[in-house]
Write a protein that binds this ligand. Structure first.
Ligand code: CP
Ligand code: NVA
Length: 307
């Protein structure tokens, strides 16, 4: 029984198989062919935070593969009245074949996985957003036809998305550069883990201050919000600290001519990204958003079909 709480819960061969399967599933869905690999499976989606893409893509993916899903808002569960997560996990695990959970504290997905007895997918925690990175790798592969050796520059907050990108890029032997203000570096333990992985994959990780240094010659430019869900109380300070960390057309000019621009969304035009860049020719964000569906489907198959 396997869960996917961190990108590092999957080996390189497993990630590569999931990416290959996402491609096949995309072709099947686009071609109007029906799939039944999750027939008879019921997946629960337990969400403590809002979501447009991740929730909908996992619900649709489950149905497209012939399974069923149930949305469980944490506010409407006894969790909101203090029932312990391990009791909730044991009960839900008895009803469901898998749980997809979006939580504040990463420990909540760890507890769900420990006590539910069914595969748990981390649909975003304060530490990682691993499902996002699976579909992002898929999108990069579609755009660039390879992953190994590519320069991926991340500009902004060293948050959950950045942490998972660090691991995904390391596993795939990419050259990952982060430009962030002091105090907004990615998680130190994950950074160490990524550096360790890079030793065997030929990847590279660099933490820099200047966005132009990270973006110089990059194949892919990536950013995320300056204020993640749960960080709202430090919004004002963040607005000042991230001044200068916007991806705009000047920054795009220092990247490779054919560089792709990515954002996991939701985007805040005028803050971390300009309207010109997100709507521009080099933006792959809409393709990236759509690909969350195929990534979700491939991940669910991988976790729920195995014996
Ligand atoms: N990218 C992403 O996770 O979007 P949602 O918050 O809408 O799920
Ligand atoms: N870092 C953002 C990602 C949203 C998909 C957050 O955690 O809110």
């Amino acid at each position: 029984m396997k869960s996917f709480l961190s990108v590092s819960d999957a080996s390189k061969p497993e990630i590569d198989r999931v990416l290959a399967r996402a491609k096949t599933i995309k072709a099947a869905i686009k071609g109007g062919r029906s799939l039944s690999t999750l027939r008879g499976k019921i997946v629960g989606l337990l969400f403590e935070k809002p979501s447009t893409r991740t929730r909908t893509s996992f619900e649709v993916a489950t149905r497209r593969l012939g399974g069923e899903s149930i949305y469980l808002s944490a506010n409407e569960l006894q969790l909101s009245r203090g029932e312990p997560i391990k009791d909730t996990a044991r009960i839900l695990g008895g009803y469901l074949d898998g749980i997809v959970a979006r939580v504040y504290s990463h420990d909540t997905v760890v507890q769900l996985a420990k006590h539910s007895g069914v595969p748990v997918v981390n649909a975003l925690s304060d530490l990682e957003h691993p499902t996002q990175i699976i579909s992002d790798l898929f999108t990069i592969e579609e755009a660039k036809r390879r992953l190994k050796g590519l320069v991926l520059a991340y500009v902004g907050d060293g948050n959950n998305v950045c942490n998972s990108l660090l691991l995904g890029a390391a596993i795939e032997g990419m050259r990952f550069r982060v430009a962030c203000p002091e105090g907004y570096e990615p998680n130190q333990a994950i950074l160490k883990q990524a550096e360790e992985i890079c030793r065997s994959t030929g990847g590279e990780t660099k933490i820099l201050r200047k966005p132009s240094e990270a973006a110089g010659g990059a194949d892919v430019l990536y950013t995320d919000v300056w204020v993640s869900m749960g960080d709202e109380s430090s919004k004002q300070k963040r607005m000042q600290d991230f001044n200068g960390y916007q991806i705009n057309s000047d920054l795009l000019k220092v990247a490779k001519k054919d560089a792709s621009f990515m954002h996991c969304l939701p985007a805040h035009r005028g803050l971390e990204i300009t309207d010109e860049v997100i709507e521009g020719k080099q933006s792959v964000v809409w393709q990236q958003g759509e690909n969350k569906l195929y990534g979700a489907a491939a991940l669910l198959e991988w976790l729920l079909r195995r014996k």
